[in-house]
Design a protein around this ligand. Sequence first.
Ligand code: ADP
Ligand code: MG
Length: 352
Amino acid sequence: MKKLYAVLLLVCLCLCAGCGEQQVQKSDIVLDTAVTLTADGADAKAAIDESMARLKNIDGMVNPNVPDSDVCKLAQYAGSGHWVSLHPEVYKMLAFAQEYAAKTNGAFDVTTKPLVDLWGIGTDHAKVPSPQELMAAQKLVGWQKLELNEENHSARLQEKGMGVDLGGIAKGFAVDEVRQIYAKYGIKDGLINLGASSMYGLGLNKEGKSWRIGLRHPRKDDAQQKMAVLSLQDAALSTSGDYERFFEAGGVRYHHIIDPRTGRPAQSGAMSVTILADASVPDGGMLTDLLTTAVFVLGPEQGTRFLQTLPRGVEGAVVDGRYQLWTTGNMAAEMENVSEEFQFWQGSGELQ
Ligand code: ADP
Ligand code: MG
């Protein structure tokens, strides 16, 4: 870990030959994620410093380990009838989450927290819960039991023991915020990288080419083994997979994306989901982050059908257990260097 920090805290400042502009890159761990921000331009350093501060500020609102964070307050007052005043940022995330909870019939549901906590995937107390524990946690989950008041940006949870988990949306929201800070400083080229979970590629890289992002092979332990490569130019990209945080017991892979309807890690037939949203899509970072989780829960067939209902500019690829790629929009054409182990699902074209 120490080594990781040493590498991450390395601040790289280099002169871009010829143009006299500086490319600045800075890394840190925020929102439980290895974040790397890159920007090119006269104000690149100021933009990155402000962006890092903003990420830490958002972290303080959504972090369940920060006692006075909005998410802690919501859990604390759950069932009391008390409305909790929220930062506008958290209100925006919750309102967006509720809109998509309704659209996905609850496949995406931020009230899944009691189940996330019970399974503890990615923590040192991960376990397969007993049926009784599962039933008790499931009773405390349900997006209809989260009430929002738009007038004063407040919210309340109807039952004691409920909570919200913004792990499937906050990093995407944060990407959009950094994008706005980059715009304020006139940054035209840069990469906002909040782990594979959420990215935004702005303009071009140092070589004057679009940013190239490798999509991880879902069944290779080595994160460097790629399934395909995508070019990212003025677009948001998000990936979620069952290989990110998981444990295995009795031959079953228990991972961190929970199907709120079964109370268990989603067994939808998907191994990974990648979503792209171009610059025309409002809140593209938050949307792609949310959609990877939602589409994973829905599975390849229902998930790609759902993607078809969304505005133009949003497209995705779902990898199923047979290494078939279910794609929407122009995604099949945009995926480069696709590893030979994967095939495009024959119906992909028909989905258009
Ligand atoms: P990450 O980006 O951290 O890899 P994802 O974007 O795949 O994670 O989102 C998964 C996270 O979202 C989980 O760790 C959990 O905090 C939360 N989560 C899990 N299942 C759901 C769900 N069905 N709806 C909303 N949030 C979920
Ligand atoms: Mg994500």
